[in-house]
Design a protein around this ligand. Structure first.
Ligand SMILES: Cc1cc2nc3c(=O)[nH]c(=O)nc-3n(C[C@H](O)[C@H](O)[C@H](O)COP(=O)(O)OP(=O)(O)OC[C@H]3O[C@@H](n4cnc5c(N)ncnc54)[C@H](O)[C@@H]3O)c2cc1C
Length: 349
């Protein structure tokens, strides 16, 4: 009898797997895609929503967890995938610069918004109103995290690279049975694909498609992320990426010409030097109607759980929600009402 079956191995599934290993719980994983949405973007973490100058939801709790959590995984996998990356807000007007100062005075934001205004970050980025720096920012390189972790679990024989077939799941009173495996419980960490899961598809997943372009520029010389309407992030050497789009209607995860056009406009609005586009990526973010995670137990079956709804903030939310779910299952610690799927039980019929 295994303790857990996990379905999905993006930010959510890998974070839960880490907690299970740490607590000597046995498990197997089913994941059908070696490049989940989690690996589309090297995930930045930035504690402030710069459009509105508001903190990310539960920011203090999430900041406390993020670095220790991913550092533990780095140690376990003998690799590095978390980096410090500076993030700068390019001000669009004097008014926006003033708003920055007002926001930086608020107790919850003061530790994240520097009051030192910069004039320039690259000779090819015009910044007539200056730039503000967000503090405590960084990047989780998911293209190292996910494949390295997957390889370890595959070597241990507990990672199955295959689609989970819902029809083959037998739900018993005290456990679940799937293709010869008995487990005390199963946790679905399927990202946007939850919409195809007959057991949880009643939940109001919206899904927001996002696209990115990678490009090279020999002149740009940019060492941090610049945010304005969109962002440019350095990838090392002369490589960069520009992002991102938000589309709640298109549910096809492939890159589009329209996305490329929008991103080129954003890029040309930000830089004034030559560049070469080298690639285009796309994925659907698991966003939810009320912009909160989907965590908890199925209303009818006590051995079925969900860890989802990480939306636009996978890097922050994965350690936080995985820990909350683990504590809920193993220590009977109540889930935060705002993330508990109980708020949507009325959707299940
Ligand atoms: C363009 C873009 C940029 C982004 N930038 C950032 C950023 O800078 N910072 C940040 O924090 N977040 C960012 N995000 C959001 C972040 O990527 C998501 O929040 C996160 O990846 C969600 O992780 P997940 O594990 O829930 O889902 P996923 O990464 O989608 O993983 C789910 C996995 O489950 C598998 N699966 C589903 N159903 C089944 C089944 N039946 N059988 C087997 N396997 C199954 C899927 O194939 C997939 O591998 C970005 C997203 C996009 C699209």
């Amino acid at each position: 009898m295994k303790d857990y079956i996990i379905v999905g191995f993006g930010f959510a599934g890998s974070s839960l797997a880490h907690l299970l290993e740490k607590n000597q719980k046995s498990f197997v994983i089913f994941n059908d895609n070696p490049a989940p949405v989690t690996t589309v973007a090297g995930a930045m973490f930035n504690p402030v929503i710069l459009k509105r100058f508001t903190p990310v939801w539960r920011i203090q709790e999430q900041m406390q967890l993020l670095l220790p959590f991913f550092s533990e995984i780095e140690k376990k996998l003998h690799t590095s995938f978390i980096y410090k990356v500076r993030v700068f807000r390019k001000f669009a007007s004097v008014e926006e610069k003033n708003n920055w100062f007002v926001a930086s005075d608020k107790p919850i934001l003061s530790e994240y918004l520097s009051t030192k205004i910069l004039n320039k970050v690259s000779p090819y980025v015009t910044t007539p109103f200056g730039l503000g720096e967000v503090l405590h920012t960084g990047l989780v390189n998911t293209r190292i995290l996910i494949p390295t972790y997957q390889e370890k679990l595959q070597k241990e024989g507990i990672f199955f690279e295959e689609k989970f077939n819902y029809n083959a799941l037998e739900i018993k009173e005290e456990y679940v049975h799937y293709k010869g495996i008995d487990a005390k419980r199963i946790v679905f960490c399927e990202g946007y694909d939850m919409v195809r899961n007959p057991l949880f598809k009643a939940l109001p997943m919206v899904g927001s498609k996002g696209e990115l372009l990678s490009f090279e520029s020999d002149d740009l010389q940019l060492s941090g992320v610049i945010k304005s309407d969109g962002f440019i992030a350095p990838l090392g050497g002369n490589a960069f990426k520009v992002g991102t789009t938000y589309d709640n209607d298109d549910k096809d995860p492939s890159p589009t010409l329209q996305g490329r056009k929008i991103l080129i406009e954003k890029l040309e609005h930000l830089i004034s030097c030559p560049y070469r586009i080298t690639g285009q990526m796309a994925g659907i973010r698991p966003t939810v109607k009320d912009r909160r995670p989907l965590v908890g137990v199925h209303p009818k079956y006590k051995n079925l759980f969900i860890l989802n709804g990480l939306g636009t903030h996978g890097a922050f939310l994965a350690p936080y929600t995985a820990t909350a779910l683990y504590d809920f299952i193993e220590k009977s610690i109540t889930l935060d009402k705002e993330m508990n799927i109980e708020r949507y039980y009325r959707y299940f019929v």
